[in-house]
Write a protein that binds this ligand. Structure first.
Ligand code: MD6
Ligand code: FE
Length: 194
């Protein structure tokens, strides 16, 4: 479900928190298990954070770049993700991980499933900030041709139930400048990982 503008009122304070998180655990381009450098830059906040390296994809309590815990999840983040999940039909969502993605022009995310979490009964809540993007929403196999949805700053996607393992991705980001974020798009995905 796409909740248009659900985070618009809080967009500026959310972006402020993103900058504080990145000052502690910097954005970095992770390496896929196959050896490719991801075009999007990532960091995390919360009890656990999602990482990728030559050994695979997983959640860790420690940021491998800093050797310390990931920054705590701001209460604004947990409250917003809980409210959005409830609006999307998933009351009682308590996320313990927030993956923060930064897209610069040309950056993209190829079709994938989110399947590193322990229990797929929990939804994922996704918040878009800054430049608009085309979200690709496919099927249960990589072959299905994805539908395309434009996501704007402040839009929130709630994702769960029968859709939880749908293949999805983001088309290459177009050039532009956002009043909020400058020349990039920020995406936050909230998960209950452990
Ligand atoms: C993005 N989002 O929108 C990437 N995954 O930048 C995701 O990969 C995603 O938005 C699972 C659920 C919602 C998402
Ligand atoms: Fe995903």
């Amino acid at each position: 479900m796409i909740l248009r503008g659900f985070a618009l009122l809080e967009a500026a304070p959310i972006f402020g928190h993103v900058n504080k998180i990145a000052a502690v655990s910097p954005f970095r381009h992770m390496i896929t298990p196959g050896g490719f450098r991801m075009s999007i830059a990532m960091t995390n906040c919360g009890k656990v954070g999602w990482i990728s390296d030559r050994k695979g994809y997983r959640y860790t309590e420690i940021d491998p770049e800093t050797g310390s815990h990931w920054p705590a999840m701001p209460s604004l983040f947990s409250q917003l993700s809980e409210r959005a999940a409830t609006a999307g039909g998933f009351a009682g969502f308590a996320s313990d991980a927030c993956l923060v993605n930064r897209y610069e022009p040309g950056a993209r995310l190829t079709l994938h499933q989110d399947k590193d979490e322990a229990d797929f009964r929990h939804p994922i809540v996704s918040v878009s900030l800054g430049l608009p993007a085309t979200f690709l929403f496919g099927g249960n196999t990589r072959k299905e041709r994805p539908r395309r949805y434009r996501l704007e700053s402040g839009d929130v996607v709630v994702w769960g139930g029968p859709a939880r393992l749908t293949y999805h991705g983001v088309a290459p980001l177009k050039d532009g400048v956002s009043d909020l974020t400058g020349a990039c798009r920020i995406n936050l995905t909230f998960r209950k990982a452990s």
